[in-house]
Design a protein around this ligand. Structure first.
Ligand code: ATP
Ligand code: MG
Length: 393
């Protein structure tokens, strides 16, 4: 019996009209990640199969691909012959350690002469007779033997690993993620990708107020996010002049509010220039002064593109839990200054008024600075297995 990897699709199976597009995107995403392995991928409308010698390595890669509900290393028979299924089931179970078992059958080939219940009963009876000291327990078995009867053959397996669900990255098009070096925005990136959004990142830096280490930290985070997608483009925005100008013009308690309005304006231009359909960020309601509902209103009002905030309603502890799971937490807590913290006023306004923002913004020609800033954006492409971005630091 040969072993293959069987992939069960996630939520996409509910999207009837778009099914082919979902499957093709998932297929491409998998192909991209396993291109260095010798393997053959077969896709059909309800499953994907990978034939390879590198079963475990590929299984580990699949654990980070969105759009997958379950991953199974399964035995494959090229037949639906019941006698062969029975004998093979013995072989599969004899490798396992258990006392009680049950058999569960899924019959995709409805023309088969027995229904699922009958197959399970027949194979179960055969196993009982031929395995010593084993009992059937249909409610709480130590092992379940799954039989998946399909046109192309029969798959027999015992353990299924859960995938990370979601939609295949790219199926929803692209959006621009505001990435700081903090904890929240990488988590926002992960959650956005989970809904099928391919991301490009925008990072605002303010040298010499922010250091190269801070930039390196952001690039390291991007690299960690590449695990869930292919390469990621980062737009590095030189933000020093804008920040200094706002500061010089006595924005005082409105410093952060105005700064964020400028960030949003720049993000929107970059998004539109690059055909990105939304802005995504790591704002969480009430977390800091600039994330009260009043602040969000005043800041959000300068853009027209939708702003998606995947962690808006999560508790910080829940965000941290995800950050740890996706391995960005340790990098995020490295102590390098972010451009927001440097100009932080003692008492940032928590219920800013739009009129006050407009009055402050009249004090300098911000549109000209935005243009200049955008002209000086540096674009860096980051890849999982390429460290060349380090030359840019
Ligand atoms: P994080 O929210 O990522 O933990 P933070 O809490 O320091 O970092 P905030 O000051 O709360 O960030 O900003 C809220 C959001 O604004 C961030 O999650 C991020 O999406 C965006 N943002 C903040 N600073 C920057 C920056 N320098 N470059 C790009 N985006 C930024
Ligand atoms: Mg935050």
């Amino acid at each position: 019996m040969k072993k293959v990897i069987m992939i069960k699709y996630g939520e996409l199976t509910t999207k009837k009209g778009n099914r082919d597009q979902f499957i093709n995107t998932l297929y491409q995403n998998i192909l991209n990640k396993v291109k260095n392995f010798d393997c053959k991928i077969i896709k059909d409308r309800s499953r994907m199969y990978i034939e390879t010698e590198s079963l475990n390595e590929i299984k580990d890669i699949l654990l980070n691909i969105f759009g997958i509900q379950g991953i199974v290393i399964s035995y494959k028979l090229d037949t639906n012959d019941l006698e062969i299924i029975k004998k093979s089931s013995i072989e599969v179970l004899s490798k396992e350690n258990f006392n009680t078992f049950k058999v569960e059958t899924n019959r995709a080939d409805k023309s088969y002469f027995l229904d699922s219940m009958q197959i399970s009963r027949q194979v179960g009876g055969y196993l009982l007779k031929h395995l010593e000291n084993k009992k059937v327990d249909v409610h709480n078995p130590d092992k379940t033997l799954y039989i998946d009867l399909r046109k192309e053959g029969t798959f027999i397996y015992t353990d299924e690993v859960k995938g990370i669900l979601g939609y295949p990255v790219g199926i929803q098009g692209k959006a621009l993620l505001m990435l700081s070096g903090g904890i929240d925005s990488p988590v926002a990136a992960y959650l956005a990708m989970k809904r099928g959004i391919k991301i490009e990142c925008i990072y605002f830096e303010s040298p010499p107020h922010t250091s190269l280490e801070a930039k390196n930290k952001v690039f390291t985070l991007v690299k960690k996010l590449c695990k869930y997608t292919d390469k990621i483009k980062v737009h590095v925005v030189p933000f020093t002049k804008m920040q200094e100008e706002i500061y010089k013009n006595n924005a005082s308690s409105y410093m952060i509010t105005i700064m964020r309005r400028m960030m949003y304006r720049i993000a929107e231009e970059v998004a539109k220039d690059n055909n990105l359909k939304a802005i995504i960020n790591g704002e969480s309601i009430g977390q800091v002064a600039s994330q009260t509902l009043d602040s969000i209103n005043v800041i959000n009002s300068v853009v027209n593109l939708p702003v998606i905030r995947p962690v808006a309603c999560l508790d910080k502890l829940e965000i941290i839990e995800i950050a740890k799971k996706i391995d960005t937490y340790e990098t995020s807590i490295l102590p390098f200054e972010d451009c927001c913290t440097i100009f932080l006023p003692k008492h940032p306004v928590i219920n800013p008024k739009k009129e006050n923002c407009i009055e402050i913004e009249k004090r300098f020609d911000y549109e000209k600075i935005i243009k200049e800033t955008i002209n000086n954006i540096e674009i860096v492409e980051i890849n999982l297995d390429d460290n060349s971005y380090k030359n840019l630091l």
